[in-house]
Design a protein around this ligand. Structure first.
Ligand SMILES: [Zn+2]
Length: 284
């Protein structure tokens, strides 16, 4: 009788042990993986802390509406009033670097204008229209040398033309981190002369092209020749753009309207002093 109880007791202990072992073995991967996950979390934490440091870096809230100098370039070469020679472009980039300007990305420019904040007092947004090939050969080296950023406005229907950037070249430029790309429509037509349907196609199809081929969410539009009307503004918003740039001369402020921002034209032969005064603004 006693032996039976011993056996029964032994069995129960065995079951308990096995059960425990089973539970332990079930929990073991977790136990084992937990530290790994934990490490991963820690790593992520470390990374996200790093990201947070960048993200959380407080931007300065301005009391007055931001006046943003948006520089307008086209080709970086010589020959006509729209072309700024390579040497001049390099001198202007050197000036920005030496005078501690922060060159905004499109995302940063949108943030600055829509929240009336700036990462630092001296900011400028460099834009180059039409996406000429010389933006790569003559423009990018200066941007890289001085660690600056510029936005190129692409005519998406022109990317196969020999004097315009190809998709592969755009991808290469984007990968440097010194350039981002926005829409300059598909065919570079005067939007204010098109029907609403045609305008919509120009805005939507160029955005779709950039979004697909450059894996991005294109939020900025630049009107060809600065031409736009009230319909264009409405359609730009409807098509998913946050901002649009004109060729009207002056500092950009949100008062002009999100889809009607002014820029500062850089002309060939412009002296560094003129360039400096062009972008000088006091934001409070
Ligand atoms: Zn253009």
């Amino acid at each position: 009788m006693k032996r039976k109880w011993w056996l029964l007791g032994g069995c129960l202990v065995l079951i308990a042990l096995l059960g425990g072992g089973f539970v332990w073995s079930q929990s073991r991967p977790n136990t084992v993986s937990r530290p790994a996950r934990h490490n991963r979390v820690q790593t992520q934490d470390a990374e996200s802390t790093e990201v947070k440091v960048v993200k959380a870096k407080p931007w300065i809230k301005l009391k007055q509406p931001l006046k943003l100098p948006i520089l307008m370039y086209h080709s970086i070469s010589s020959g006509n009033q729209l072309r700024v020679p390579k040497k001049q472009f390099a001198s202007e980039m050197a000036y920005l670097k030496q005078h501690h300007y922060r060159t905004l990305t499109t995302t940063e420019a949108i943030r600055a204008l829509t929240t009336n904040t700036v990462p630092q007092k001296k900011v400028v947004w460099i834009t180059l229209d039409d996406a000429y090939k010389d933006n790569l050969t003559n423009g990018l080296p200066a941007l890289q040398k001085y660690n600056l950023h510029a936005t190129i406005n692409v005519i998406t229907g022109f990317t196969h033309k020999h004097n315009h950037l190809s998709l592969a070249e755009m991808k290469r430029m984007k990968a440097t981190g010194h350039v981002d790309f926005a829409s300059h429509t598909v065919q570079h037509l005067n939007l204010d002369e098109l029907s609403a349907t045609q305008q919509k196609q120009e805005l939507v199809n160029s955005k779709k092209w950039l979004d697909t081929h450059l894996a991005q969410h294109t939020r900025m539009l630049c009107y060809p020749a600065g031409r736009a009307n009230a319909t264009t503004h409405r359609l730009a918003k409807q098509s998913g753009y946050t901002l649009a740039l004109t060729t009207q001369e002056g500092m950009a402020t949100l008062k002009q309207g999100r889809y009607n921002l002014s820029r500062l034209r850089v002309t060939p032969g412009m002296s560094t002093a003129t360039f400096a005064s062009l972008i000088t603004v006091t934001n409070r």
